[in-house]
Ligand binder design. Structure first.
Ligand code: AMP
Ligand code: MG
Length: 333
């Protein structure tokens, strides 16, 4: 199969519509990361997504719809606080989890009685969803465990020859996956941190809880229990206070004949000598750059030496969650 990368012009959208109608899979740009989409009503098509990604069968998918889609066709019992959040943040990088009415394939939610829904703001995603006219189940368009894709080229690198079309909307401006918010309780609860932050949700809903998985517990957001976002090369990770250790690690790799690269926030760059990849200067920039930096790093380095950014709260909750999981480090969220 030839994998075409195309902007969402008339021809590409018509092809995408046909492909989705016959149970195929199409990758598309969103403002967070690229998605790998299929008709959420079609169990065979949804199963194909899992097979293509090598995704564990207990990791549910998010259903994407266009901005005028009537969510009551898919979910029930939307509480008033969630309506207010929808008004404030949709379309955008916020996924809402509601009780499912059971219309989509049970494979989408892996048998859970809830459904995660999202209205992306990306114009490419909107054009695709509107043209197709169906709810589209879509995880990130990367092989399971690999770094999420933030350009069409990243998708191509993982799925060349396996999918017919990537709808190219350029680099993803957000850069990390959507905030996943459980809206089945009295208070909204963040299951996965993202660009719609706890502080933003609190400002609209009054309250916002953050889910923390306890050891041994069945996770509420199954995806969070899986290893994720790992670059293909070896990695090491240090706190900002451990800069000297990071330097020693760098020199040891050089002596062993390897090619080490630091991965750190911009403010640290003047204090390091040698190869370094710039994560960015502020939290939003770090979110936008993280996955591209990890993908660049795995191509260039034998060892990526990460130094944890210092800032906490807001967008950094999401950035640090992905950063720590990419580098196998424990993190609170
Ligand atoms: P991905 O699209 O690869 O970013 O993964 C979607 C993530 O959304 C999953 O890993 C889950 O953690 C979360 N998710 C999807 N559906 C549900 C659901 N019904 N309940 C809770 N979390 C969900
Ligand atoms: Mg993913």
């Amino acid at each position: 199969m030839i994998t075409r990368i195309s902007p969402p012009d008339k021809k590409a959208l018509a092809f995408a519509k046909e492909e989705i109608a016959r149970g195929g899979v199409v990758a598309f740009h969103t403002e967070t990361v690229y998605g790998l989409g299929a008709n959420a009503f079609d169990g065979g098509a949804v199963a194909h997504i899992f097979a293509l990604k090598g995704r564990p069968a207990d990791n549910p998918l998010i259903v994407h719809v266009h901005r005028d889609y009537d969510l009551s066709a898919l979910v029930d019992d939307i509480p008033p606080y969630a309506k207010a959040l929808e008004r404030a943040f949709l379309p955008g990088p916020l996924t809402m989890v509601y009780p499912s009415v059971g219309k989509v394939s049970p494979l989408v939610s892996c048998g859970l009685n809830t459904l995660a829904v999202r209205v992306p703001s990306s114009e490419t995603a909107q054009a695709f969803l509107r043209t197709v006219g169906l709810p589209i189940a879509a995880p990130s368009a990367n092989k399971s465990k690999h770094v999420s894709p933030v350009t069409a080229r990243h998708v191509y690198d993982d799925f060349q020859g396996e999918i017919p079309l990537i709808l190219d909307g350029g680099a993803c401006s957000g850069g990390i996956e959507s905030t996943v918010l459980d809206c089945t309780g009295d208070v909204p609860q963040i299951l996965r941190a993202g660009l719609v932050t706890r502080e933003m949700i609190e400002s609209v809903a009054g309250k916002c809880a953050v889910y923390r998985m306890r050891t041994g517990e069945k996770p509420k957001s199954p995806g969070m229990a899986h290893q994720h976002y790992a670059p293909k090369c070896r990695t090491a990770c240090f706190s900002a206070e451990e800069r000297e250790k990071a330097r020693l690690c760098y020199e040891e790799e050089l002596r062993a004949g390897g090619t080490p690269f630091y991965v750190c926030e911009r403010a640290l760059l003047p204090f390091l000598s040698g190869n370094a990849l710039d994560l960015g200067g502020d939290p939003a920039e770090m979110a936008a750059r993280l996955y591209a930096v990890l993908r660049e790093g795995e191509q260039k380095a034998t060892l990526l030496i990460a130094i944890e950014p210092k800032e906490r709260g807001g967008v950094m909750d999401g950035v640090l969650n992905r950063f720590c999981r990419a580098f196998g480090r424990d993190h609170e969220t």
